[in-house]
Design a protein around this ligand. Structure first.
Ligand code: G3P
Ligand code: CA
Length: 245
């Protein structure tokens, strides 16, 4: 059965990559939660998608230009009604909230534009401290970072993110030695394509799938999980799909 993983939390209903968005994903019954990590100027691991704070907060400038204290003075509600004053969470805050849920967690290292030194080490240490390596997937578009994670002895599954239409990506993924591919949904080319990835021992988790039509296609093709902004709707779509609607 295809799992439903909340993309940056339940971000259609609550501000993305915030504790309320993660909490909502848990209460809605998602199977997993995905979020993005970066480093502040003083080396704290924080949850935010863009390399600059401008879109998702009332501040301006690069994440790496803020100390944790200054970053957490920003309002991360991004104009979503009812959430004024919500803060950018740290990885520690996020794990404290999500670990008891038992959900799968996808920690995406957002380190392609800014190659944060020490981010891999800090993420691995946090995962190890909670003893959750077996239900965490570590992913990044930065494939050098995937190799660094391996060199550091990561035991969590590694997910290869990519944005371009790679030819037979399972071949490249096998060379990298990862356990999963995380392609844009439009590059998942059918049930046979998914089967080839599975035969290569890879989990397939496309992003971002929000429409009923897109979800139905992914359920039918047997992907392992979808990243979605609308976990509640995706769970309903999955029930309907299972019931043969
Ligand atoms: O990890 C899946 C997806 O989150 C990757 O894209 O830009 O939303 O981080 P993005
Ligand atoms: Ca992400």
């Amino acid at each position: 059965m295809t799992e439903i993983w909340a993309h940056r939390g339940a971000r259609r209903e609550a501000p993305e990559n915030t504790l309320p968005a993660f909490e909502l994903a848990v209460t809605q019954g998602a199977d997993g939660v995905e979020f993005d990590v970066q480093l502040t100027a003083d080396g704290a691991v924080v949850i935010i998608h863009d390399e600059a704070v401008d879109r998702s907060t009332n501040g301006s400038g690069p994440v790496v230009g803020f100390t944790l204290d200054k970053l957490q003075r920003l309002d991360a509600s991004a104009g979503v009604a009812g959430y004024a004053g919500v803060r950018i969470p740290t990885l520690a805050d996020t794990l404290e909230l999500l670990v008891p849920s038992g959900l799968r967690l996808n920690i995406e290292l957002k380190n392609s534009e800014e190659d944060y030194p020490g981010l891999e080490e800090q993420v691995l240490a946090a995962v190890a401290a909670h003893g959750i390596a077996d239900r965490v997937v570590l992913s990044t578009f930065n494939h050098y970072s995937l190799k660094r994670l391996q060199a550091l002895g990561a035991t969590s599954q590694l997910g290869m993110l990519y944005t371009d239409p790679l030819y037979k990506p399972w071949r490249y993924a096998a060379k990298l030695g990862v356990g999963a591919i995380h392609p844009p949904a439009r590059f998942v080319l059918g049930a046979g394509w998914v089967r080839r990835a599975h035969e290569a021992g890879l989990a397939v988790r496309p992003w971002v799938v929000n429409s009923d039509r897109g979800l139905a296609r992914m359920f039918h093709w047997g992907v392992d999980a979808v990243f979605t902004d609308v976990p509640a709707a995706a769970l309903t779509a999955r029930e309907n799909h299972s019931a043969g609607d």
